[in-house]
Design a binder for this molecule. Structure first.
Ligand SMILES: C[C@@H](O)C(=O)SC[C@H](NC(=O)CC[C@H](N)C(=O)O)C(=O)NCC(=O)O
Length: 341
């Protein structure tokens, strides 16, 4: 079974690591967390890679609820080697919605997704719905969280959009309009480029970019997040997460640079699109978007690698009560959260 890491975010200490239950820490907590994380990263990235081997004690789960202490040699070289051979994949992206049925209707009717499963956790007062274009064991999917009684969230300025690859953007937009969907950017070539795109908004205001591409096994193809220091983020996702920098594109005319990062080619697997807008160092995170979950073979080694490369672990690795999986959670340099499962 694959374990996972939610690249989650910091501010929501009460959140369950996979789902995104009740919210919200005050904005000041976010700022403090982010500053601490960035400082920590800078110190660690400054380390010489030939630092002497260090023994790190890891708690390894032999079975759920049954843990054993082992000692694993870990230094940055070992960690990088481990990260690069780990079996990683973007599993799902988690965010909160105010009306689950309305969102499910929109995603199935307008975006052509399938409802894969629903799970209600009444003792925690939330329900999850998983939707996507194929089964969860082979596709990147969305995990919606509905918190009982909460019908509105702030998306903030840091979250960008989800990308959906379609063969004909104009036709898709017509269909979405016919179903009453909101189109915020009409189909046409991207500013400063040739790819045909359009933007639509779901019932909670999450933006979806439609990207015109040939047939693909993974139509849910991007999560775009804005970052304050692109090279720093690229380093982090390469080293701590074992992602590859697939491409980097500067668009000086429109004053932004994007880095596409992931575990496989962007026409076949979902990627993280990191956007740096010239001169913008910080964004509001709101309380709507939660985290990306990434699959790993070993949450304990993964957590150590993240620590070695300056990531902040917000949930120590271990079994998740009630759900047959182990997780760890961490923050990236901008305070975006990830979970390893
Ligand atoms: C094809 C692929 O590279 C894109 O679609 S990029 C889309 C483009 N992104 C940005 O402009 C990012 C910077 C922006 N300031 C932000 O923070 O979102 C985009 O959204 N273009 C809009 C358009 O109308 O072409």
């Amino acid at each position: 079974m694959i374990d996972f890491l939610n690249v989650v975010w910091p501010l929501v200490p009460r959140l369950g690591p996979i789902s995104a239950g009740p919210i919200v820490a005050p904005p000041v907590a976010l700022v403090v967390n982010r500053v601490v994380t960035v400082l920590h990263l800078e110190q660690l990235f400054g380390l010489n890679y030939s630092t002497p081997k260090k023994k790190v004690n890891c708690t390894v789960a032999s079975a759920f609820g049954n843990t054993a202490e082992t000692s694993t040699p870990v230094n940055q070289e070992d960690a990088l080697e481990w990260v690069n051979k780990d079996n990683r994949r973007m599993l799902h992206v988690v965010y909160r919605v105010g009306d689950l049925d309305k969102t499910i209707k929109f995603y199935t009717e307008c975006l052509g997704m399938k409802l894969l499963r629903k799970r209600d956790i009444p003792e925690e007062r939330y329900t999850n719905a998983f939707l996507g274009y194929g089964p969860e064991d082979s596709h990147f999917v969305v995990e919606l969280t509905y918190n009982y009684g909460v019908d509105k969230y702030e998306i903030g300025t840091g979250f960008g959009h989800f990308g959906i690859a379609v063969e004909d953007v104009a036709k898709t937009v017509d269909l979405i309009k016919a179903k009453g969907g909101k189109v915020t950017r009409e189909p046409g070539p991207v500013k400063g480029g040739k790819s045909v795109i359009a933007f639509i908004e779901d019932p909670d205001g999450y933006k979806f970019e439609l990207l015109e591409r040939g047939p693909t096994p993974e139509p849910l193809c991007q999560v775009m997040l804005r970052v304050g220091d692109l090279d720093h983020s690229i380093n982090f996702y390469e080293r701590a997460f074992g992602m590859e920098l697939i491409r980097k594109r500067d668009n000086p005319e429109y004053k932004y640079t994007v880095a596409i990062m992931g575990y496989g080619p962007e026409d076949k697997s979902a990627v993280l699109e990191l956007t740096y807008n010239y001169g913008v160092k910080e964004y509001e995170k709101g309380n709507a978007y939660a985290q990306i979950a990434i699959g790993t073979d070993d949450v304990y080694k993964t957590a150590e690698a993240i620590r070695l490369y300056g990531g902040k672990i917000t949930r120590e690795p271990g079994p998740l009560p009630g759900i047959n999986t182990k997780i760890t959670a961490c923050l990236d340099p901008d305070g975006w959260k990830t979970i390893r499962v």
